[in-house]
Design a protein around this ligand. Structure first.
Ligand SMILES: Cc1cc2nc3c(=O)[nH]c(=O)nc-3n(C[C@H](O)[C@H](O)[C@H](O)COP(=O)(O)OP(=O)(O)OC[C@H]3O[C@@H](n4cnc5c(N)ncnc54)[C@H](O)[C@@H]3O)c2cc1C
Length: 290
């Protein structure tokens, strides 16, 4: 949205293509207040999204919704949409963000909404008096132990390695939490249940032993991966799939730029997305007028 706003500001005619039926990306699943975006405070991500879309609408900018980009032709500078339509332009700015990484085990999809929850902040009250399992070893996993631990009877954090990438302050708080238990060197092999989740099966990676951890609530926080599949072979990606960009948000392909979380994994924030969007629009404008 920032890239579109700045493109228009510079006299270009931006077209915003969004795969979902609603614009907003990760802001739509942000249920915490956003207090770290300079100049604006919002009660949650949707509120901030509303401010963004209102500003775009006042400029006559509305995203085309519900039609994912499924292919990019960098020579013709065109994209193909799932509906079969083709959109041509003089340049492109990729802002496809990231998605939550999946475990890829049985039960993960089947029990969504029936014990497998997607947001600790939103769904924690539903864990009242229940046993919960959180899978992961980063900030998000540890933070959610603390959030869900306010309501649940017990929270078990399961992590496949010995060490954690989470901040020490989170790890220390979880270690001291009376209801929290940490199990390291364990991989989740399945999420089990009947109508609803009843537990997870874990494998001790040192011994190969399988064990069952009873739980009615499961939250998976094992990181994110970029939505850059359609850019594979079009521009250079790093080994994790993030778009490689220079300081002007240029990719390896002239005329194609990348911004936000899909290009800046070290700083996945609204501020970076908004700032890099403006940078890319400026760069694209300069390139078109070269
Ligand atoms: C729970 C949570 C809390 C957060 N809290 C904060 C916070 O407090 N402060 C902060 O600064 N940041 C926070 N963030 C991070 C922030 O939301 C992201 O950094 C920001 O949304 C990144 O914006 P983006 O435009 O790069 O990507 P996204 O928000 O991921 O948007 C990408 C968009 O591209 C669309 N898309 C993807 N592929 C295609 C395709 N092929 N065709 C068409 N459209 C496509 C997606 O549907 C999506 O709408 C939080 C994130 C989460 C999940």
């Amino acid at each position: 949205m920032s890239a579109a706003l700045w493109s228009q500001e510079l006299g270009l005619r931006p077209v915003i293509l969004e795969s979902e039926s609603e614009a907003g990306g990760q802001l739509l699943s942000t249920f915490n207040p956003i207090t770290n975006y300079l100049g604006v405070e919002a009660g949650n991500g949707t509120e901030l999204r509303d401010l963004f879309t209102r500003q775009l609408e006042e400029r006559g900018l509305r995203p085309f919704l519900g039609d994912p980009v499924v292919g990019i032709d960098p020579v013709k500078m065109s994209v193909r949409l799932e509906s079969g339509k083709t959109v041509r332009a003089r340049g492109m700015i990729a802002a496809m963000g990231v998605r939550r990484r999946r475990l890829g085990v049985s039960g993960e999809q089947e029990f969504v909404g029936r014990g497998v929850i997607s947001s600790g902040k939103r769904d924690a009250p539903g864990a009242y008096g229940k046993d919960a399992v959180i899978i992961g070893g980063g900030d998000a996993a540890f933070e959610n132990v603390l959030i869900i631990g306010e309501f649940a009877r017990s929270v078990t954090l399961i992590h496949r390695r010995e060490g954690f990438s989470a901040r020490d302050e989170f790890v220390e708080k979880v270690r001291a939490h009376p209801k929290a238990l940490i199990r390291t060197n364990c991989a989740v092999r399945s999420i089990d249940g009947d109508d609803r989740v009843t537990g997870v099966t874990i494998e001790d990676l040192a011994t190969g032993d399988l064990a069952r951890v009873p739980a009615e609530i499961v939250l998976i926080r094992i990181g994110v991966e970029p939505n850059t599949d359609i850019l594979n072979g079009v521009v250079d990606l790093d080994p994790a799939g993030y778009v490689m960009v220079d300081r002007d948000c240029r990719t390896s392909r002239p005329g194609i730029y990348a911004v936000g979380d899909c290009a800046f994994p070290a700083s996945p924030t609204v501020s970076t997305a908004v700032g890099s969007g403006a940078t890319a629009a400026k760069s694209l404008h300069t390139w078109l007028n070269r």
